[in-house]
Design a protein around this ligand. Structure first.
Ligand SMILES: Cc1cc2nc3c(=O)[nH]c(=O)nc-3n(C[C@H](O)[C@H](O)[C@H](O)COP(=O)(O)OP(=O)(O)OC[C@H]3O[C@@H](n4cnc5c(N)ncnc54)[C@H](O)[C@@H]3O)c2cc1C
Length: 851
């Protein structure tokens, strides 16, 4: 009996402690609660006197941190001194990158205890009437006008009328306010337009994406002087000015802050007068729209050796607007980005002299260029490339779902083969994840968020997922995807995928350095506060702030230990969720991994410190966990935004399961490779006390996803909602949908044909003859036969691949191939003649030999 009572007391202390830590009850309340429990045990318990002394002594240790003055002087001060010495040096560019944007849902995931109401309270993004009309009108029309084969293979550019239409309808002016003549669209509308265009043509989406993303207009809107806005924005809105943004140099790619392009402050002639200005020299490459740009947003390093504008020698990265018609500016040459014919090329400048007020924001913004860029990237990175990826995924899902149904092998649709279904499931699931991420994040931007870390997550993951969609779609299409030509709707998009991977922060770097590197300090509830307090020049204030942050941090770490352990043990079954819906378990799964991630992250920072930055594989894995949780949260929120449609559940289940399984595996790999084995085992005990229990989505979920994406209906349409799917000549997506519907409609007739064949009523193998025979044998009526013929003609046209004359791909007319269309006859005659001659010679030789 006394053993049982002892066990109950032990349970009260341990369970109570875990409960207080789990709920993040503050230190004072926790101390009072512990004191009361200990007093009760002293009075009613049967503990030995020495045991009570130990317990009260431990309680004394818990009381000390409550005495704030004592704690600050005796504990925090010495720790702060050590911390200051350990603090890794941080460059200005790193600091500016860290301070860019703000912390949003990423901060909640980092907290180990996400407050779901914060995410759920965001309204579902919606298009205004005007935006919807633009998507249904000019955007559809532009898609209709585009002939990707002609653009990429024949002309090498968009035709004049397409350019005119883009400019006239203000596609370049989506982010420019109305007062300057722009469309002033929301981030969500901007994203929707890009999604639709990307489902049709990579050339159109990248050409239009750039001026609406990080470029002169965006820079001017945020940092330009009123004069600069009035000077440029109306022209950019009307299309009289074509912008580009030039940062990348041959020697400075990913490490863009190391550019060596210079601007020297000096005296020079401008419009006949001698003024103080900047002499610029630059050499840039890979610049989108540069070949046709009229104005360059130029990034360079500004120097003032003669101290004409201040007492600094060097100001750092500065951004200015440079008209391309100035003397010394070179534009007009092109690169060829994977044969996707959008305008991209180098620009160079030699001793180009411009006034100081060409600096964006005027001379006082000298040296602020890097800060401007990273600030803008914190928003822009979440829109253009992720929307392009999402649009590509929508097209791939729509097309491949239909293609896998109309394409038959072994007498059945290839979608019925589990291997094909597996790839199809991935395409649909990944598309759903991209749609959700883009929609939820652009909605948050419209609500005023500038989510720097989610932007990097979207940039990396959406472009990676779209690459996987492209690969899977190509595999399912087989030869049809490989043979380039006007009817190939996949090949060009497939070729273009590495472009999105490379730009706006190449993906390996984004995963290895940016997502977690930026997130660790930025989103952590205490680390940035500790850093700022330690760096505070007012040491007294610094000590107070550091003390608060430090003890908050300790409480947070203890809480994450308790949460991580309890949530893992219970599979998070009792953790609180915002909604009691079929998706409730997924919220709980994210709660669990949020606590585990916060715990692992804290130990990584504590034990590796500044080294974590160099351990790219470890920080990349932590970034993967954060990304998985962020994307899974977007999926859940998107499902709610879309009205919680039961038909979408297979996609939601597949997506969240896949993402959270990836989170588990990334955490496992992180612990497996953690350099300090003791810490690794300690963490493993709290994070995986029951091992790795999270499972990948079942095959059954996959089958339901295949069903969804191969069956015409609202769920299939919703998945590809913004893709250009209108049924009209020249639009394969619309035609594939028509063929899909016809396939299902004609399935009973086809079945009758097969049955008749089995019964020997019709004899032919060839399908066209089978229909004739079946009609003759009255297995099917005349109308049914005609309908079948029409259907097969349509499907046949979609399954066909392009073929060309022999010399279609010759690019060197001066050195024609041996056989061309024109000389084919002559060559054949010549060959025959030579063969005849050879034969005659042989016979002559034989005769001579005989004689
Ligand atoms: C089609 C296209 C359009 C572009 N448009 C523009 C434009 O309009 N304006 C503009 O200024 N620039 C533009 N760029 C340039 C683009 O931003 C750069 O290509 C990009 O920054 C990468 O630079 P890089 O190509 O020199 O690769 P590199 O910097 O040489 O990188 C090579 C590889 O190394 C990886 N890497 C580098 N450093 C690290 C690290 N520390 N940790 C891990 N991995 C690392 C990268 O991820 C990449 O995989 C464009 C590029 C392309 C291809």
């Amino acid at each position: 009996m006394s053993g049982l009572v002892g066990l109950l007391w032990a349970l009260l202390f341990v369970g109570g402690g875990i409960y207080l830590a789990y709920q993040r009850v503050d230190l004072r309340t926790s101390t009072i609660a512990t004191g009361l429990a200990l007093a009760a045990y002293t009075v009613f318990g049967d503990g030995a006197w020495w045991w009570l002394i130990i317990l009260w002594a431990l309680f004394g240790l818990m009381v000390v941190p409550n005495l704030v003055e004592v704690r600050r002087e005796k504990i925090t001060k010495p720790l702060l001194d050590v911390y200051r010495k350990m603090l890794p040096a941080m460059s200005d560019t790193e600091r500016e990158a860290l301070e860019a944007g703000n912390v949003w849902w990423d901060g909640e995931l980092f907290s180990g205890m996400p407050d779901w109401d914060k995410l759920m309270s965001f309204p579902a993004p919606q298009l205004t009437e005007e935006e919807q009309a633009f998507v249904d009108g000019p955007c559809e029309e532009l898609c209709r006008m585009i002939d990707d084969w002609e653009i990429n293979h024949k002309i090498g550019d968009m035709p004049r009328e397409v350019w005119d239409y883009i400019i006239r309808k203000k596609f370049f002016a989506m982010i420019i306010p109305r007062k300057y003549g722009g469309l002033e669209f929301s981030a969500y509308a901007n994203s929707v337009v890009i999604q639709k265009l990307a489902s049709r043509s990579a050339v159109a989406s990248s050409t239009i994406g750039v001026p609406n993303s990080l470029g002169p207009a965006e820079l001017l809107l945020h940092y330009g002087t009123e004069e600069q806005k009035d000077r440029y924005l109306p022209g950019l809105a009307s299309g009289d000015e074509i912008p580009c943004f030039a940062l990348t140099s041959p020697q400075a790619g990913s490490d863009a802050a190391s550019i060596i392009d210079t601007g020297i402050v000096c005296k020079g002639k401008w419009e006949g007068k001698t003024i103080t200005g900047i002499r610029l020299n630059w050499d840039k490459r890979y610049i989108t729209l540069a070949p046709i740009a009229t104005v360059l947003g130029l990034a360079f390093k500004l120097y003032d050796p003669d101290h004409l504008i201040g007492d600094q020698d060097e100001y750092g990265i500065t951004a200015a607007l440079i008209p391309t018609d100035l003397e010394g500016v070179e534009v007009g040459r092109r690169h060829n980005p994977l044969s996707v014919a959008f305008m991209n090329g180098p620009t160079r400048g030699r001793d180009v002299f411009v006034p100081l007020d060409f600096i964006i924001g005027g001379p006082e913004m000298a040296g602020k260029g890097w800060k401007m860029l990273v600030e803008l990237l914190s928003v822009g990175r979440a829109i253009t490339l992720p929307s392009t990826a999402s649009g590509g995924g929508q097209a791939a899902s729509y097309a491949t779902g239909a293609y896998a149904t109309i394409r038959k092998q072994f007498n059945t649709s290839i979608a019925n083969f589990e291997g094909v279904g597996d790839a199809l499931t991935r395409i649909a699931g990944h598309t759903y994840i991209m749609n959700a991420a883009v929609c939820v994040t652009s909605g948050a931007i419209d609500e005023g968020e500038k989510p720097a870390v989610p932007s990097a997550i979207l940039k990396y993951h959406c472009t990676e997922l779209s690459r996987r969609c492209a690969n899977d779609a190509m595999d399912i299409h087989g030869g049809k995807g490989v043979m380039m030509g006007p009817t190939n709707y996949l090949g060009r998009g497939y070729m273009a995928t590495p472009i999105a991977i490379t730009v706006e922060g190449a993906n390996i770097l984004t995963r290895s350095l940016i997502i977690y590197g930026q997130g660790a300090i930025r989103c952590h509830p205490f680390v940035l506060r500790e850093l700022q307090a330690a760096g505070d020049e007012d040491h007294d204030r610094g000590l107070i702030d550091f003390d608060k942050a430090l003890f908050g941090h300790i409480g947070y770490a203890i809480s994450n230990l308790a949460r991580s352990f309890f949530l893992a043990l219970t599979h998070a079954k009792f953790s609180s969720v915002p909604l009691n819906t079929p998706t409730r378990r997924y919220y709980q799964n994210i709660n669990r991994y949020s606590a585990a991630f916060a715990l692992a992250s804290d130990f990584a920072m504590l034990t590796l410190g500044g080294d974590l930055k160099k351990r790219e594989l470890l920080s990349a894995r932590l970034g993967d966990i954060l990304s998985s949780m962020y994307l899974a949260s977007c999926v859940l929120k998107h499902f709610e935004n879309e009205g919680r449609r039961a038909t979408d559940l297979p996609l939601v289940e597949w997506s969240v399961r896949t993402l959270m399984y990836q989170a588990q595996e990334a955490l496992h790999a992180f612990l497996l490779n953690f350099p300090n084995r003791w810490v690794s085992w300690f963490l493993r005990f709290f994070i995986f006390p029951r091992g790795r229990t999270y499972k990948i989505p079942s095959d059954d979920i996959g089958h339901r996803v295949v069903e969804l994406v191969t069956t015409p209906g609202e769920a299939r349409e919703r998945l590809s909602r913004y893709a250009y799917t209108t049924l009209e000549p020249g639009n394969p997506l619309g035609q594939l949908q028509e063929a899909l519907e016809l396939t299902l409609e004609h399935a009973p007739l086809e079945k009758r044909l097969r049955q008749a064949r089995r019964e020997g009523l019709i004899a032919a193998d060839y399908l066209g003859l089978q229909i004739d025979h079946a009609e003759k044998a009255q297995v099917i009526s005349k109308a049914e036969a005609n309908s079948l013929r029409e259907y097969h003609a349509k499907v046949g046209a979609l399954l066909d691949v392009d073929e060309f004359p022999l010399d279609e791909f010759l690019h060197r007319p001066e050195a024609p191939a041996v056989v061309t269309t024109e000389n084919r006859e002559a060559v054949t005659k010549k060959k025959k003649k030579t063969a005849r001659k050879k034969a005659a010679k042989k016979t002559a030789k034989k005769k001579t030999a005989k004689t």
